[in-house]
Design a protein around this ligand. Sequence first.
Ligand code: ZN
Length: 200
Amino acid sequence: MRCLALNASFEPLTMVPVRRALRLVIEGKAEIVESDSDVVRSERLTLPKPAIIRLVKFVHVPRRFRRQVTNTFLFARDGYRCQYCHRGHGDLRHRECLTRDHLVPLSRGGDNEWTNVVTACSTCNTRKGNHLPVECGMHPWAVPREPHFVHLSWAVRRLSSQQAKYIKLFYGEAALKALGGAVAGTEGERLKNVGNKSKA
Ligand SMILES: [Zn+2]
């Protein structure tokens, strides 16, 4: 289980490995907001295992960082479903896989921005080929948008109910609902299995 890092403003930032969270606490850069019942022992120190930490100083998160599109995050944004035939990861046949499709193909001047890329199964991707959506009548299920990167971080990593509380605190119940399966549970288990293949 990873640790949820909050900005000084309590805005949830990202999930960090427990070791990194502890280092931030020891260096005085973060404080433990909530901890597990476990403790972490080193040669000199015994510390509670942090579940949620909060940065002491406010950190401005640059937009460039939010914009990076990796397949792990792209698939998470699209709910692990092909945006053309709407089949999920579990519905794919043996040789099929989820891929990245460019609405405007790269060869025709398209880019890798969030608004130009969608999740597509390999079959649909091949079928769409080098065409624009209007040329082949293949339109994505949902209009692709740039997501809040924190939402993606939750979508690909499991969140404990203790951590989910802070998401709700900052963004409200709706945000937590929108994340759906990201919270620990059967759906979270499925996402974890998918996410393990390609760590971002
Ligand atoms: Zn498809």
